[in-house]
Design a protein. Structure first.
Length: 764
């Protein structure tokens, strides 16, 4: 746990004491001759790949010249007039276009990156002193500038790119989430890692060349500019007598880019091994500064910060949707670490493929890095005094909070536009309180229903929910009965929920496949999770999925009816003054319920529209993928227009139905309506991309609103049930976690018994 010294300025004697805590200099990590030769070999290989590209350009250009000067006799041959003209003038027209498209990446401007905020040494003197001390410890040059950003990352690099390659002109970038999320020891280790790269001057410079060439190949292969758009436009604009030139040029450019893609993959493969080795070497510097044990803690902490960053972006989106932004983004990121679960970490590792490094990986896996650092068995030369052993890295800054807020505003303006104003920023503490309300409500939703109610299966709320109970005792008894009926149907409902999700997927996949087949195109069955490409087979599968959905929905109704009745009865009881008086904050909850319940009932009625939007989108999306090159395909265009028109008409119906209903939650804009929240814009009838985008946004926002509404109602209903003597149901997520933990424990016991007893006795 980090100490609270972050906002306290250090006294001069404390700074001197801390600077002296870096006791000694790390012995340079030896670079073997084989390793150095490997770097030269890889750098040379990358340069050869670049030369191969230049040779390809020269060959193409010379080929056009040679054809023009040596094959002109084609024009003098008898017969085949048009064919001879095409054979001679075709390469003369296509060749220069292809050569131009191969040459233009050489002069393409570098991608514009956001420039991190630069710090002044006279404002942050201790940070500069600390960085200088670490550089001396790892025998690396001190950076000429230090910059900061709001991303959980740190790196050191050549300040002016190739212009600094043969000097020690370095720059350091520190992500403020690392500062707020790491201890002083941990951040110092991270910086030692970055500067460790530069302690091996020649190797780092060679790797800079390698990495730059890799980025350049990626830019050549993937980036498109106005000339690519023009070539596509010309191939569509002109008559076939002229457009064939541009079609052929596009084909040759496509082939050329595939060749370059191969060169890029080869470059990544031959440079990946050396890149991983450099990371291992830099890790050794970190381990020898902060200690091998601290290294493993830091690696896991950095992983958590990256997961927290992803979750913080979701928070930012929700806050922004309600007209607010956190005034301290690093603090928002930091707050998400405490919310992480083992499932979050496991999903992140799987998504990032971090369990093992691959042939193309530029970095080793966390597991491999930790094992390598532990092998060093380093205690670390950073011997912090007892008073600062767990100090936050924020003590390096004179006023971290103020700096963090200023950098957050800069981040928002760079990513959301200059129109972001200081008035849009709200205290992060206030937004975290709002988020905690949402978290508590989400947990209540899971506890109350003991399962996840599918978004497109809205719970039926009774009309009686809007009236006070005629008899409290009888209503409470009915509530108890509804709860017992719901729980009795829970096990079957869980099975049905899995089945309905699968049926929905099959229905959407087959709908998408059929929409493509009906326009005359072939399909890749694996793309749509199909075994057959026969239209009749797919049609039968689609009808079966639709029938299954109807059947499963009917079977799910008893649980949903009992759950809806239970919730409705709780809302009834909260209208009784006696029940209100038994609940802490009962009057506030009653007021909130009276506002939210009509909105939940209203949205419930509109949710029936969303499955239709999903079906229309499922059929439209794969058709749009076939537009390029098929603009004259009448069947395709008519199918797209038909689905777009249906989607637009339904959008208008939902837009009209939302009317002037007030937005049910607190919004920075006081007069926000449901319509304004759900629909940021209304596209024109012929705006295909606009209609698809708005439909997707509408589905997402309506689904989120329904979940939030029912979560708050479930939270309120739990309080009502407690007031009438019903105990809170257990957390199903906790039950599942305990179940998995018990199963894992039993598995370990079995394995231990088998290892220790040749008879392999199993323990149940």
């Amino acid at each position: 746990m980090l100490t609270t010294q972050a906002t306290t300025a250090l006294r001069p004697n404390q700074r001197s004491q801390l600077l002296s805590a870096i006791d000694g200099v790390i012995e340079p990590i030896p670079v073997s001759g084989v390793y150095r030769f490997g770097l030269f070999f890889v750098a040379g290989g990358m340069l050869l790949l670049a030369v191969a590209y230049l040779v390809l350009i020269v060959f193409t250009t010379y080929g056009v010249y040679w054809h023009a000067t040596h094959n002109y006799h084609i024009l003098t041959q008898p017969g085949g007039g048009i064919f001879r003209l095409l054979l001679y003038f075709g390469p003369l027209l296509v060749g220069p276009i292809v050569a131009l498209f191969m040459i233009k990446p050489l002069f393409a401007p570098a991608a514009v990156h956001q420039r991190p905020r630069r710090l002044k040494q006279d404002v942050e003197p201790f940070l500069f002193e600390w960085v200088d001390r670490i550089c001396k410890a790892v025998n690396a040059p001190t950076p000429k500038s230090i910059r900061i950003s709001c991303e959980p990352n740190a790196y050191a690099g050549f300040r002016r790119g190739f212009g600094s390659l043969f000097s020690n002109d370095l720059t350091l970038m520190i992500g403020l989430p690392l500062v707020s999320g790491l201890t002083l020891r941990q951040l110092s280790g991270v910086l030692a890692h970055e500067f460790g790269h530069f302690s091996q001057g020649t190797a780092m410079r060679l790797y800079f060349v390698i990495r730059t060439l890799n980025h350049w190949f990626a830019q050549v292969v993937y980036e498109r500019d106005i000339w690519d758009m023009r070539l596509w436009y010309w191939s569509k604009r002109f008559d076939l007598r002229l457009s064939w030139i541009f079609y052929l040029a596009r084909c040759v450019v496509w082939i050329t880019r595939w060749l370059l893609w191969g060169l890029m993959q080869l470059g990544n493969m031959i440079s990946g091994f050396m890149s991983r080795q450099m990371e291992f070497d830099a890790d050794r510097y970190e381990a020898h500064l902060s200690g091998s044990n601290e290294f493993s803690i830091t690696v896991r902490r950095l992983r958590d910060l990256n997961i927290a960053w992803i979750h913080a972006t979701d928070d930012m989106q929700q806050f922004f949707d309600e007209g607010r932004l956190a005034d301290d983004l690093p603090a928002l990121i930091q707050s998400n670490i405490d919310l992480l679960t083992p499932e979050h970490r496991r999903a992140f590792i799987e998504q990032q493929h971090q369990s093992e490094s691959s042939l193309f990986s530029t970095h080793p896996s966390d597991k491999e890095r930790i094992a390598s650092a532990r092998a060093e068995e380093a205690t670390g030369i950073l011997n912090l005094p007892e008073s600062h052993k767990n100090a936050s890295a924020t003590i390096l800054f004179s006023n971290f909070k103020r700096l963090s807020r200023a950098t957050s505003l800069q981040f928002y303006r760079e990513n959301l536009g200059d129109e972001v104003d200081k008035s849009d920023l709200h205290p992060v503490e206030e937004l975290l309180e709002r988020r905690q309300v949402e978290i508590d409500s989400g947990k209540a939703l899971r506890r109350y229903f003991q399962t996840e109610i599918p978004i497109f299966q809205p719970l039926p709320l009774t009309d009686d929910a809007n009236e006070a109970p005629t008899a409290i005792r009888e209503t409470a008894t009915a509530l108890r009965d509804a709860r017992e009926r719901m729980l009795a149907k829970l096990a079957k409902y869980e099975t049905l929920r899995e089945r309905i999700d699968k049926s929905y997927s099959v229905m959407l996949d087959t709908t998408a496949a059929l929409s493509v087949l009906r326009t005359g195109f072939r399909i890749n069955p694996s793309k749509f999770n199909l075994k057959s490409v026969q239209r009749d087979d797919i049609n039968d599968r689609n009808h079966s999925a639709r029938r299954a959905l109807e059947n499963i929905s009917a079977q799910m109704l008893p649980f949903e009816s009992a759950a809806g009745e239970r919730l409705s009865l709780a809302m009834q009881l909260l209208r009784a003054p006696k029940i209100v008086s038994m609940i802490e904050g009962g009057e506030d909850l009653q007021t909130e319920m009276e506002d939210l319940l009509p909105k939940a009932q209203f949205l419930n009625g509109l949710m029936d529209e969303l499955p239709t939007f999903r079906i229309l989108y499922a059929g439209l999306a794969p058709l749009c993928e076939h537009i390029e090159g098929n603009e004259d395909n009448q069947r395709l265009i008519e199918a797209i227009l038909d689905r777009t028109e249906k989607m637009y008409n339904r959008l208008k119906l939902v837009y009209k139905a939302l009317g002037k209903q007030r937005y049910p939650f607190d919004h920075a804009k006081e007069d926000m309506t449901l319509r304004d929240y759900v629909f940021s814009i209304i596209p024109e009838p012929d705006d295909l991309h606009g209609i698809v985008g708005v439909a997707g946004e509408m589905i997402e926002r309506m689904a989120m609103l329904q979940v939030r509404l029912f979560a708050r109602l479930a939270f309120i209903a739990e309080k009502v049930e407690s007031a009438v003597g019903l105990s809170e149901l257990p957390d199903p997520d906790q039950k599942e976690a305990e179940k998995q933990k018990t199963a894992a424990k039993k598995k370990r016991v079995r394995q231990n018994v088998k290892v220790g007893d040749s008879r392999s006795i199993e323990v149940d």
